[in-house]
Design a binder for this molecule. Structure first.
Ligand SMILES: Cc1cc2nc3c(=O)[nH]c(=O)nc-3n(C[C@H](O)[C@H](O)[C@H](O)COP(=O)(O)OP(=O)(O)OC[C@H]3O[C@@H](n4cnc5c(N)ncnc54)[C@H](O)[C@@H]3O)c2cc1C
Length: 439
């Protein structure tokens, strides 16, 4: 284990910075246990970070920072049970690479693969559609070092009460050291991207969901254009996949989605009045494309333009109304928004503090460039989301507190009871967790 006096820490969006008193990089659960006991005995706090991709201060270390790098790598694959066990600090892209080599795959993923498996599951990171939209819902077991330094395993059959809440544990229940994911045979996903007029896309949203395994929509503010991306499982071997050629991938994903988009944002920052015409120009350039590939290469893409994001889950039935109201507000307020609004769907799940807990959900995600002040836009839209009983993504910006989050989650007390049991001395807290979960 390495134990150092730290350089500073900052998150991906550069909104949060910290100078922890000490940085530790343990290499197994026993070492984690020793550190937790030390910190608990002197009344300190310990924060595990992933890769810092949360926009909220949820990962900010205030005393001891436990870095994930010493707890990385795939532990084993069980082909009979169809599971893969990984150490908790493993980045998702490493898990994907290992699974692909083994002819296996996760069921669903979000838009990027840079996060750690533990960071991503802990905040409810999700993709869209499928039978499980979040990474946490693909877990079948976990190992956790709790507030007294002891190691606890949980699954649907072992410590089931802990498993019910700790898959989306917000980093508040202990240090995850190992996660076991359900996996499936490596298949092929066919992606189809095209644009639709706003009215048609919103009117046919239910049909789009019913007809496709995964659907991801992007509305371009200041336009009537909605980009619809659907991904469907082909009944075929990976060898039949027709991925985008290297040149097309470079042009689409690097030059247009990151390079040109970065330029559009830079111009918009200097001259906000140009945002609407630039948005119309960019939306007009979107072309239809189809390709197929192994799932993680279809789900994820690089994101190089640094942005800020708020995302809310509203009940599925309220999704399109909430989106319409958000658009009306943007137009009424005259905000100039250069990032598309992303629209995704998750089936109801059974995790206490998952944003899709016990209800089918539509996710609406709002972004701005990191040099744009997000406060008025996010606050305004947040009011709309709250009117629709929205639940904020735990890793993305919001202004909610424990007092108003508790009524949004029917199983709130169940989470708190496990928290009191596993971390009675509140070793795993920071100011943000006290705000959103209470003392
Ligand atoms: C460019 C970008 C794209 C994104 N795309 C999506 C998306 O498509 N879908 C989506 O839902 N979200 C998305 N997110 C949000 C992101 O997935 C979450 O914020 C996620 O939590 C980040 O993982 P991380 O490894 O960076 O964890 P961090 O942000 O570093 O930590 C998050 C929380 O996990 C806790 N934690 C980390 N490791 C452990 C551990 N071993 N034990 C206990 N607790 C732990 C931390 O203490 C903290 O509370 C995106 C974010 C960015 C910046």
């Amino acid at each position: 284990m390495s134990d150092t006096t730290p350089p500073g820490w900052r998150n991906w969006s550069r909104l949060e910075k910290a100078r922890p008193a000490r940085v530790v990089t343990p290499t197994d659960a026993d070492e984690v246990g020793v550190i937790v006991r030390e910190v608990a005995e002197r009344g300190g706090t310990l924060k595990v970070t992933g890769t810092g991709h949360s926009f909220t201060p949820i990962a900010v270390p205030e005393d001891v920072l436990l870095r994930p790098e010493g707890l990385s790598g795939v532990v084993g694959i069980d082909r009979e049970a169809m599971t893969a066990t990984v150490r908790a600090g493993t980045p998702l892209h490493e898990l994907n690479a290992e699974l692909t080599r083994a002819g296996l795959s996760l069921h669903n993923m979000g838009d990027i693969d840079r996060q750690t498996v533990s960071g991503a599951t802990s905040t409810g990171t999700h993709g869209t559609g499928g039978v499980a939209a979040s990474l946490a819902m693909q877990l079948s077991a976990l190992e956790l070092v709790t507030g007294d330094g002891s190691v606890l395993r949980a699954s649907r059959t072992e410590n089931a009460d802990v498993f019910a809440v700790a898959r989306v544990g917000l980093g508040a229940l202990g240090v995850l050291t190992e996660l076991t994911f359900d996996v499936e045979p490596l298949g092929v996903l066919e992606a189809h991207e095209r644009t639709m007029p706003w009215d048609e896309a919103l009117a046919s949203y239910d049909e789009i969901l019913a007809a496709n395994h995964h659907a991801d929509l992007y509305w371009f503010p200041h336009t009537d254009v909605v980009q619809v991306k659907t991904n469907n499982r082909l009944d075929a071997e990976p060898s039949v996949a027709e991925p985008l050629g290297r040149v097309r991938r470079f042009v689409d994903d690097e030059l247009l989605a990151n390079g040109a988009f970065g330029v559009v944002n830079a111009v918009g920052n200097r001259a906000p009045r140009l945002v609407p015409p630039l948005a119309r120009l960019s939306a007009g350039l979107l072309s239809e494309r189809r390709y197929s590939d192994v799932p993680h290469r279809v789900f994820t893409a690089p994101r190089r333009v640094v942005f800020r994001e708020m995302e809310y889950a509203v009940p599925r039935e309220a999704g399109m109304a909430a989106l319409r109201e958000a658009r009306a507000l943007v137009e009424k307020e005259g905000w100039r928004i250069s990032f598309p609004v992303e629209i995704r769907y998750a089936p109801a799940d059974d995790i206490a503090l998952s944003t899709a807990s016990a209800r089918d959900s539509v996710y609406l995600a709002f972004h701005v460039n990191r040099r744009t002040d997000h406060t008025a836009y996010f606050r305004g839209v947040e009011r709309v989301m709250r009117e629709h009983d929205g639940r904020p993504h735990w890793g993305k910006l919001h202004t909610r507190t424990a007092a108003d989050l508790a009524p949004a989650y029917p199983r709130w007390d169940e989470f708190q009871a496990v928290r009191d049991r596993l971390d009675p001395r509140r070793v795993f807290v920071n100011a943000h967790l006290r705000t959103i979960l209470g003392p």
